[in-house]
Each structure stands twice: as C-alpha cells, then as structure tokens.
Design a protein around this ligand. Structure first.
Ligand code: ATP
Length: 291
C-alpha cells in the first residue's frame, strides 16, 4: 500500500513539568485511514501524548508536525460540563463551535442517536453519552480523530458496538484515528499500529502476531459479556522524575536503549503479552459523563 502523507508525526517528543518528564522520546505517525492505539498503565503518558498530537501541548523536546490545515476531532477523557444545568444533546453538540444543521443531522444519524437530539445530556446512558461525544467530534469531518478512552462507562456489548462504529467512521471519513484504549481485544481487532507507553515508548508495531495467538482466538471465540483482555508485560526499568532511567541492576542511564530488558522483544513484542481472558471487567475510570 502506498504510504500516505502523515496527518501528524511525533519525533522524540516529550513533555516536562516541574522538573519531571511526563513522557519522553515518543515517535509515532498517524496517516489517513489508519488507526493508531496508545496503550499503557495509568499515568504512563497516553493523554499527554494525545495532547501533543492535537497541538494542545507543545513538546518540550523533540518535534510534532501536523499536516497544514489539519481538521481535528477530539473526544477527551474528561469534559467540563455543569451537569446541574439543563443541556440537550443538540446544544451539547454546539458547545465547542456552531455546527451546520445538515452536518449535525448526519453526525447524530451516523452515531445512531438522532432520537436523542432533544434529550438531556445528564440522563443519557454511558454508551449514549460517548456516542454524543463522538457525534460532536465527527460533525466537522475531521482529518484526524483523537479518542481518549472512547468506551469509558460503556458495557461490554456497547464497547463492541462503539468500536465497530469507530471503524466504520474511519472508513467513511477516511480519517486517521489516534485512540487511547485499555482493552487488548480492541487493540487487536481494530488497530493498525499499537504504541505502548510507560513514560516513553516501550514498544510499538502491528498487532498481527498477537491476533494469531491462541489466547486472542480464545478471547474472540468466547465473546461473552464477562470476557476481558488485559494487556500486560513487564517493565523492567523505571523512569526517574528527571527523565533518566534506572535499570533492574540499579544502573542509571540518560535514556533507555533497545538492549534494555523489555526491549528484548521490541520487534516481536506482540508475541509476549499475557492475555488473560475471562476476568471480570474492572471499573474503567469515572462514570461516563461526569468524568
Ligand atoms: N500539567 C501537569 N503537571 C504535572 N503533571 C502532570 C500534568 N499533566 C499530567 N501530569 C502527570 O503526568 C503523568 C501522565 O499523565 P497522563 O494523563 O498522560 O497519563 P495516562 O497514561 O493518560 O493515564 P490514565 O490511563 O490514568 O488516563 C501522570 O503522572 C500525571 O499525573
């Protein structure tokens, strides 16, 4: 496939706050029609990385390049809305800028919430609210869609439906998608590139090897409501607040290197995740809307 011009590229990008590197050495590229998923533990820098890609945060080192006149749609992890005030879905859609009526109609229809147009946002279910967020993000036909945990507060079958919707939006709009997800099954099923963060890029690549693994197949074969995948692997070094790296043997270096323990399987990292199926789904952050 011919490589399309990137929508956004991060090169050795990092953010430092109060003498601490929140995330460092991030290299990633999103092209039109491509889904790139950021995974990693809590606090590993996923949202920070997404904000660099969006241009909300300017990197303190490295560079971020965006295609000129890039139109971006963003579904943040948290929204600042006063839930005590009456707010219909339609008004919510306009909060971040006026949307032409035809586009609003299309976006609501595309996300299957046309019937909720006049509904109060505060009464929506988690899944309905995430659809309203998605509708708002796609209404301006973005080139790049950035989704920060788009299925929070959504039950398992709702998650599948939402990810299917995201996949078809990518196809229809031809947009690139940068997504943050905690769910391996989603990463496997719906993404072209996985970037695993742990204060830096721990590993990245196509998820095909994992998709071929028996664990993955078992997971998808037993698509039951309680099946959940947890993507785990061992981070054998620690990123110190000043950006340096302490290794398992106690040595400290400026950066981590490909020879480092967890980079042993960098190129074939996908062979190595522990995929635990059948666990009860755990609480995923805060309740959908208020979060
Ligand atoms: N403005 C800031 N000033 C100082 N520290 C910050 C700031 N923003 C984020 N952090 C810290 O940076 C780290 C990375 O945060 P980030 O939100 O990117 O992580 P994350 O991987 O998205 O986490 P989660 O999965 O919990 O959403 C966290 O330790 C967070 O507390």
């Amino acid at each position: 496939m011919k490589e399309l011009t990137p929508l956004v590229s991060l090169s050795s990008a990092g953010i430092e706050r109060a003498g601490r590197w929140l995330v460092r050495n991030v290299d990633l590229t999103v092209r039109p029609g491509e889904i790139v998923t950021l995974i990693g533990p809590n606090g590993s820098g996923k949202s920070t990385t997404a904000k660099m890609a969006l241009g909300v945060l300017r990197p303190d080192e490295g560079a971020v390049e965006r295609k000129s006149k890039l139109r971006v749609g963003y579904v943040p992890q948290k929204v600042a809305v006063d839930w005590t005030l009456p707010l219909t879905v339609e008004r919510f859609m306009h909060l971040t800028g006026r949307i032409p009526v035809a586009e609003l109609d299309n976006a609501l229809a595309r996300t299957n919430i046309s019937h909720l147009r006049q509904a109060e946002v505060r009464v929506l279910s988690g899944g309905e609210f995430q659809r309203a967020m998605l509708a708002r993000a796609i209404a301006r036909k973005p080139d790049l869609l950035v989704l920060d945990e788009p299925v929070q507060g959504v039950d398992y079958s709702g998650e599948i439906a939402l990810y299917e919707l995201i996949g078809s939006i990518r196809q229809e709009l031809g947009c690139g998608i940068l997504m943050i997800s905690h769910d391996l099954h989603v990463v496997m099923a719906a993404t072209d590139q996985v970037v695993c963060l742990n204060g830096h890029v721990c590993c990245q690549g196509a998820p095909t090897t994992v998709a071929a693994s028996p664990e993955y197949q078992r997971l998808f074969g037993t698509h039951s409501a309680s099946a959940i995948a947890v993507y785990e692997h061992h981070h054998d070094h620690t990123h110190l607040p000043d950006g340096r790296v302490r290794h398992a043997d106690g040595s400290i270096t400026e950066h981590c290197h490909h020879e480092d323990g967890h980079h042993d399987h960098d190129s074939d990292h996908q062979k190595d995740p522990e995929v635990m199926a059948g666990e009860e789904k755990t609480e995923k952050g805060q309740a959908g809307h208020a979060g």
